[in-house]
Design a protein around this ligand. Structure first.
Ligand code: HOZ
Length: 430
């Protein structure tokens, strides 16, 4: 290996940030606690690469945890946001950009007839659940163990993502009364869902699920799982809510519901829909969404909701997402996944790569990973070694075994090949 990278400026920036913010960060996984080193601080991003404060360049598979399907500083998005910014940052009054993005979302996502824009995935899910409870008059919800739907009280119960990474899947500070309204089922286990509904069906407002789990690492639904959830919800009068914050516009233009041909009652979107700006959305059938204020009594509001810069970024992003884009993402992502598996095989290391379109996770195990327990049984120490080795070789990955990697249209053949070469070198030394 060449010279070790210099991270002096990042180290100084982290020390300063740590004195001012919890963990020196504004979202826990970014602190790199699970991978045994301090974070690099990013100075700029372009295409599939980011550069840190010390001038080290990395091929980036964090992709800001999902929004950047076109890579960093994609020209059409930068142009759209700049144009919008020159016309005013926020008004607290409606703009036509909101209607344009609403039209695009409704056109793309099969389950959405009416949509409301919010600022984060957390907000989108929280609001969709409020609609489900308001409409059904029921209090309980069912979520998956290891499913992550943002950090609102009732959802930080056996949560994945950073919560699992840091060993606090159920957070202190969540009132027990909120937690008890959340029932838990294992992901990819339709029989468990049926059993829960059998016991609590008349009290259950909704099942909320990531149709492709992304926050326990990437775990695709097993054959028939989503279809069975759909059937059970219909049977018990509960709503089916897909959290497509990660998968929306990512695994297909119409999200996982298009890919797997299952239509939920409501959908939460985030990440890609905002093109890299804070933006999310929830929507569903018109008869449900008309209960939202001011059409109906279910209240939800936000000063920056439908922000013109975010709307412009979202619109410009969706406009780029042609069939050809998904073909290119598939090519890059499958090449990467195959390359990782082959490299691990060559060096006798256990590695299972799960992938749906341009989201994937390389799990350090020789077993299939279909459930949360399979994911948590993986060798996280090995993942940390791999993560650090890749960083040293100019590739930055999400800093947890329980996150998905995101491939963008900016990941060309050369960057994928460089990544596989780096992985080969790291795996060889492990
Ligand atoms: N929990 C987020 C991804 N699953 C992390 C977001 C971030 O740290 O930016």
């Amino acid at each position: 290996m060449s010279e070790p990278l210099n991270h002096n400026k990042s180290a100084r920036a982290f020390a300063k940030a740590s004195s001012l913010m919890p963990g020196g960060v504004n979202s826990p996984v970014r602190a790199y606690k699970a991978v045994g080193r301090d974070p690099v601080f990013i100075a700029l991003g372009s295409g599939c690469r980011v550069t840190d404060l010390d001038g080290n360049e990395y091929i980036d598979y964090v992709g800001s945890y999902g929004p950047l399907i076109l890579g960093h500083a994609s020209e059409p998005i930068v142009a759209a946001v700049s144009k919008a910014a020159r016309r005013g940052m926020t008004f607290g009054m409606p703009t036509e950009l909101e209607t344009q993005l609403a039209y695009a979302v409704i056109d793309a996502v099969p389950s959405i007839e009416v949509v409301r824009f919010v600022n984060s995935g957390t907000e989108a899910v929280m609001s969709a659940l409020r609609v489900a409870r308001g409409v059904t008059g029921r209090e309980k919800i069912i979520k998956c163990i290891g499913g992550y739907h943002g950090h609102s009280d009732g959802l930080l119960v056996s949560a994945g993502s950073g919560a699992t990474t840091l060993g606090t899947p159920s957070s202190p500070g969540v009132p027990p009364s909120h937690a008890t309204a959340t029932l838990l089922m294992p992901y990819n286990d339709a029989a468990a869902a049926e059993k829960l509904l059998n016991e609590h069906g008349k009290d259950v407002a909704a099942i909320i699920v990531e149709p492709v789990a992304g926050n326990m690492g990437c775990i695709p639904p097993v054959e028939g799982y989503l279809q069975t959830l759909r059937k059970l919800c219909d049977e018990y009068g509960a709503l089916l809510i897909f959290d497509e914050v990660m998968t929306g516009f990512r695994v297909a233009f119409g999200g996982a519901q298009q890919l797997y041909h299952v239509t939920p009652d409501m959908t939460a979107l985030g990440k890609v829909v905002g093109g890299g700006l804070p933006c999310a959305a929830y929507g569903g059938r018109e008869e449900l969404m008309r209960h939202v204020a001011p059409d109906g009594p279910i209240y939800q509001a936000g000063t920056l909701s439908g922000n013109p810069l975010a709307m412009a970024a979202g619109l410009a992003t969706l406009e780029q997402l042609t069939d050809d884009v998904y073909d290119r993402l598939e090519h890059a992502s499958s090449t990467l996944a195959d390359g990782l598996v082959d490299a691990a095989k060559r060096h006798g290391l256990p590695l299972t790569v799960n992938r749906v379109g341009s989201m994937l996770t390389a799990f350090f195990t020789d077993q299939p990973v279909n459930h949360y327990d399979d994911a948590t049984a993986c060798d996280t120490e090995r993942f940390a070694v791999f993560f650090r080795g890749m960083l040293d070789r100019g590739v930055v990955l999400p800093s947890s075994q329980f996150e998905a990697w995101f491939i963008s249209t900016a990941h060309d053949d050369q960057s994928i090949e460089q990544t596989i070469i780096a992985a080969e070198a790291v795996l060889k030394g492990m």
